[in-house]
Design a protein around this ligand. Structure first.
Ligand SMILES: NC(=O)c1ccc[n+]([C@@H]2O[C@H](COP(=O)([O-])OP(=O)(O)OC[C@H]3O[C@@H](n4cnc5c(N)ncnc54)[C@H](O)[C@@H]3O)[C@@H](O)[C@H]2O)c1
Length: 328
């Protein structure tokens, strides 16, 4: 995929694309509820799912067969990351692969989930255990969808933006803070932030599409973040924010960055949250140890070398756990 396949458009333009023949839409109940006019005359084209579970997978495949979806059918995933991940997975295996397009409706899906070709469903209680890498042909983004998105979902998206900015572009970090200072009112600036984030993620993905090495950098904050998310049942955004804080502290502890750099990262992260220490990572050590990113005793550890410049360092899991024990 390249950036030419990603268009910013209004709801009217998107609607006109959906009014064609041979289109089936996968979406969720909330989107249909929030956008009744948008869906009023295309609702019969929709398959409505509640999650990206195996049950939803069975239901959707059954429905595609019943509706005689064929090789020329185009699937549209209209929704957050749950819907886009699910749609990409279904379309990639149905009849050995049919075309699919995304209309991401959450900030996180716009800047992250819809970008980079990772598609997956959950199975046997394990998130994203069945998946593949295949790009949507086209992605249509309308920031109007964000008008109805709850604050906590906006924050989940902003945390991924902050992550990519810390890793790749200090200017994006500053733009994001300017947007927050504008009381989240400057729509043009938000569009620019989304565009920049997509472009930075695509640079990383294009260097390592199949996730063999460099793409690991996007896991910054996620090793500790995932462990915190399941231990404390907090939002993904809050957990990853806290994960970025603790992973940077570990980077300092093992000598990858100095105290000044840690201080700068800490300063930027605290624009979003004040209270990282309320989640104790000592309660998560076991989960961190058994994380799927921990391969054969090593973690390909992403960290921020200086603000706007991320790097990866292979470190022994035991050394990683020791560093955690040192800071708790
Ligand atoms: N493929 C990837 O590279 C990648 C990256 C990050 C996350 N993900 C996946 O993305 C998923 C999380 O995505 P998400 O954060 O978008 O959450 P989500 O898809 O669960 O959406 C969050 C909530 O917002 C609602 N919603 C969506 N759009 C709305 C709108 N415009 N107005 C009001 N409500 C709306 C949804 O119905 C849902 O209740 C997870 O399954 C995760 O594994 C994938």
């Amino acid at each position: 995929m390249n950036e030419d396949n990603i268009s910013f458009c209004n709801l009217h333009t998107i609607k006109s694309l959906l009014n064609k023949d041979d289109i089936i839409i996968i979406t969720d109940e909330n989107i249909v509820k929030f956008y009744p006019d948008f869906f009023s005359d295309i609702i019969e084209k929709c398959i409505i799912i509640s999650d990206k579970s195996f049950e939803s997978f069975q239901k959707t495949i059954t429905e595609l067969v019943k509706r005689q979806a064929y090789k020329n059918t185009i699937l549209y995933g209209i929704g957050g990351g749950e819907v886009t991940d699910f749609t990409g997975f279904i379309a990639s295996i149905y009849m050995r692969g049919i075309q699919f397009n995304f209309v991401p409706t959450t900030l996180l899906a716009m800047v992250d989930a819809a970008i980079g070709g990772k598609n997956a469903i959950n199975f046997a209680g394990i998130k994203n255990i069945l998946g593949l890498i295949n790009d949507a042909k086209n992605i249509y983004i309308s920031t109007s969808f964000l008008d109805t998105l709850p604050q906590k979902e906006m924050k989940n998206g902003f945390v991924e933006i902050i992550k990519i900015a810390l890793l790749k572009d200090k200017k994006l970090l500053l733009k994001t803070f300017e947007y927050i200072k504008s009381n989240l009112n400057n729509k043009e600036l938000l569009k620019e932030i989304i565009r920049d984030s997509i472009s930075l993620k695509m640079q990383i993905v294009n260097e390592d599409k199949f996730d063999k090495g460099k793409r690991n950098i996007l896991n910054f904050g996620h090793t500790i973040g995932h462990a915190l998310e399941t231990t404390y049942n907090i939002t993904h955004g809050e957990a990853v924010l806290c994960g970025m804080y603790y992973e940077s502290k570990i980077a300092e502890k093992i000598g990858l960055i100095d105290n000044r750099t840690f201080g700068e990262i800490d300063y930027y992260l605290r624009v979003f949250s004040e209270d990282f220490e309320k989640y104790e990572i000592k309660n998560c050590i076991e989960k961190i140890y058994f994380d799927k990113k921990n391969i054969s005793g090593f973690i390909n550890f992403p960290y921020v070398n200086s603000v706007g410049l991320g790097d990866l360092q292979k470190i022994d899991t035991v050394k990683f756990i020791d560093a955690i024990s040192d800071i708790i």
